[in-house]
Unconditional design. Sequence first.
Length: 446
Amino acid sequence: MREDLRERFEEAAARHGVPGAALAVWTGGELVEVATGVVNRNTGVETTTDSVFQVGSTTKVWTAALVMQLVEEGLVELDRPVRDHLPGFAVADGAEKAITVRHLLTHTGGFDGDLFEDTGRGDDCLDAFVDYLRGAGHVHEPGALFSYCNAGYCVLGALVARVRGTTWEEAMRERLLKPLGATHWALLPEEAVLFRASAGHVGPEGAVYPSWQMPRSNAPAGSTLCLAPRELVRFGRMFLAGGVAEDGTRLLSEESVAAMRTAQVEVPGVGGLLAGRWGLGFELFDWGGEVFGHDGGTVGQSTFWRVVPGADFAVAMSGNGPGYLGLLTDVALPLIREATGLPVPDMPVPPASPRSVDVAPYPGRYDGPAMSYEVAGADGGLDITVIPGEFMARVGGERITTRYVHYDGHTFIATEPEEGVHPTVTFVVEDGRAAYIHNSRALRRV
């Protein structure tokens, strides 16, 4: 399998212009790893299976596991307000009185999530970030709707640090990474430099992004953790084993593992290849059998991670630039189909003959901290203009207008692909009028 996979991986990376990537898969009781390309086009350093990548939001499952350890010890309760454990937590509308730990784990807290304030490199950075969140805007009532919330996981990281009396990084090292047996990981730049650390590549030409370090204040949500793909596979196998590491060390109880894998909230949208439900940290997929995992991305780096309990299967893939989605469709998804027999769906595509629908409920402006949308009716479909906020503009986001056609229900799909994928948006309609546009984040109509 290894040689065939390596050939497929190298061919797909070359075909899609991916600078460098690595993949690890546990199947048939064996770990198989492949790598291709370079970790940095400026230096030409080769990507190997030992290379570490910024794994972005897959970090959230690690943070969730740290929280569940606290729950097991009776130090934290899922359905008590976060403030009971982290008194400094507050948001602009006063909803902190009702926001629970479960709300943060399930992205239902109801406050602005794409807040990436850099509060420095000190051990107090999470406390300072929590103070900054006092200005976080209202999106919806706590528990009312799924809306992906990076900031909520930063709060969970601060909660872990406070209850443990240490830093989030030290809790990660001592309570997850080391007992798991992981060897190729980094939480800070001075740790990453000891490995072949991948750089992000951006733009059509895949140029090296000039800044590698991201804010430590966003670490629990995914800004700093670097892993070789095998370490995500190792983490996934711990969940397959009911919370036990390879050497028999118990990291989580079976009850905690089951709770993390149990659906807590539905996600507005098309489902299919995308997560239709969310557990306590995990994305949950309906692929004809239980599948869980999480995706992740930083500037110019992407990670895909899936675990299939019924097939004793886990796969993780990281890449460092444009074309990464081509690796997903050409290698990772076919690999899951072949190894598990599951009918993994393809990415959604526009219908050949889109149905003309009444678009009157949808036009308007929808605002969020990372971006805004302007929606206008157009020939039975919609013209949707994305307007990047300050952070998105800083990392290369541009104002762009795209034609969308009806896909299903209140979901519309772009007629033209972005990096080979047709984006979708779903409107949350209340009393006959769209109240939110949803792209995993809920953006309020203004």
